[in-house]
Design a protein around this ligand. Sequence first.
Ligand code: NAD
Length: 260
Amino acid sequence: MSAEYLHKMFGLDGQTAVVIGGAGVLGGALCRGLNQAGAHVLVADVTEEGCKQRVAELETLGGKAGYAVVDVTKRESLEALLDAAKKPSGRCDILVNCAGVNNGTAFLDHTEEAWDRVLAINLKGTFLACQVFGRHMVEHGSGAIVNIGSVTSHLPLSRVFGYSASKAGVLSLTRNIADDFGAKGVRVNAICPGFFPAEQNRKLLDQERIDNIMRGTPMRRFGEPDELVGALLLLVSPVAGKFITGTHVNVDGGFTAAWF
Ligand SMILES: NC(=O)c1ccc[n+]([C@@H]2O[C@H](COP(=O)([O-])OP(=O)(O)OC[C@H]3O[C@@H](n4cnc5c(N)ncnc54)[C@H](O)[C@@H]3O)[C@@H](O)[C@H]2O)c1
């Protein structure tokens, strides 16, 4: 396959991509992938220091990047983010919703505060970002949104009740918005990662849980963040992903296949 053909299929030259949660572990890999495919990447996260570090990393790799601090639970904050995203070219072509938090407790100990926080960031945040950026994309008649779900979008895992509910909601929201936007030129899809140890879920991983995950994962290993990039580039590409909307890609070493 020629480099020219690959570039035509997956290249994102001239496009602007916003990655909310871009300072995080998985968001970082997605920023790198979008940058390497030619997009200008706006790293958006609640932590300014994390944004700055990510931009420095992307620039070291030769990418074009900027950042904006955002709180995904606040509409005004997302509207300011959209304004920042429009600066390079007047428009935003790609939105990746990758902000997320987890909370691991037994169901009867799951507090309302933890429930509200997880649902506010993971689900309401995705809803708000899809609405704010989706309106802009619909006005332009094109764009691609990728929401980050989880294996818990499909099936139960122990001690992550609010998280599972939020991620099932993210997948449902993805399908519903894709239906709404289908004839308006804007595609909406999800990636459902399996287990990629990062700061927030490392805390939840005791040896028993690791053993259970390995038993349940046909490939018998954790994922590496960069292994999400192929799915992302397919879903956001206006050429390779042109007729793909309202669906999800499981990147989970076979975990969900083994459950179903
Ligand atoms: N790591 C995994 O195994 C795994 C598996 C499935 C799904 N996911 C999902 O992938 C996404 C990224 O997770 P990660 O593992 O990279 O975790 P991470 O903690 O490294 O990244 C999450 C990012 O979200 C940001 N964030 C939190 N609250 C925010 C807010 N209010 N506004 C804006 N940004 C906010 C954090 O600052 C952080 O940078 C999450 O949605 C997570 O649920 C992760």
